[in-house]
Design a protein around this ligand. Structure first.
Ligand SMILES: [Zn+2]
Length: 251
């Protein structure tokens, strides 16, 4: 296999790889957005759960305060009735003291009740806010997930076809050359093989010396751009590869 045909095979592979990258790119930021929305929704759900528990505790505390107050009031009524029937001052004073203490306790409990009612209102407000926020997040999440599902469904066939084409093409690529290609591609995250474009690297635009351009056209040796490290090919190879891969037929 001549170097010329090796380079053509490599460039053909890159055409398919670029198409695959482009297709995968159609998902855009959706996967990242979806995972951050899910995390946010989970966080709000936890906060909401915590607030609901607090509200439950506050309501229970109000109920128990209410029953304490009514019990105290009942006692006071009872003691007031007893006041009219006491036989001694000592008994009278003792009952009166009980009544005073109970009234003080009622005052304390009423104040506490007021604070609990305020807490209840605040918690109900917080819960409403969390629920609103959660609904918004879930709607947004649902929308993005359905967008992604749609894109995935669109992409699936095309990707599968291209993977098959790639499998076929990769067999023609020299293993050493493939390694080199993969290394540059991983490093740059984009095209690893580029044609010379008006005396410059088709990737980074660095000038390629005239003699080097002539050498590249000879296809005796692999040359890389001194500036970006991409493998440089002649227009001849570029055109040959482009014409032999009919991407339109893959679609
Ligand atoms: Zn370059």
């Amino acid at each position: 296999m001549t170097l010329r045909s090796k380079l053509i095979a490599l460039y053909r592979l890159q055409i398919v790889d670029s198409k695959l990258d482009e297709i995968a790119g159609r998902r855009g930021d959706l996967p990242t957005e979806i995972s951050s929305l899910s995390e946010e929704a989970e966080r709000i759900e936890e906060e909401l759960e915590r607030s609901k528990n607090s509200l439950k505790n506050v309501i229970e505390a109000i109920d128990s305060t209410d029953s304490d107050i009514s019990m105290l009031k009942e006692n006071i009524k009872k003691w007031k009735r007893q006041l009219t029937q006491v036989k001694s001052n000592r008994e009278y004073d003792a009952l009166q003291k009980q009544i005073d203490e109970a009234n003080e306790r009622i005052e304390e409990l009423t104040e506490k009740r007021g604070q609990l009612i305020k807490q209840q209102g605040e918690l109900e407000e917080t819960i409403k806010d969390y629920e609103k926020e959660l609904k918004k997040l879930r709607d947004e999440l649902e929308q993005k997930q359905s967008e992604l599902r749609e894109i995935d469904a669109e992409i699936k066939d095309e990707e599968e076809k291209l993977f098959k084409v790639r499998e076929r093409l990769v067999k023609d690529v020299d293993p050493m050359l493939l390694k080199r290609y993969q290394r540059v591609k991983d490093l740059l995250g984009t095209l690893a093989v580029v044609p010379i474009n008006q005396g410059a690297c088709g990737g980074c635009g660095a000038k390629v010396p005239a003699q080097r351009v002539v050498d590249i056209w000879q296809n005796n040796k692999i040359y890389t751009c001194e500036s970006c490290g991409r493998i440089l090919i002649s227009d001849d190879i570029y055109n040959e590869a482009i014409n032999s891969v009919k991407l339109s037929s893959i679609k």
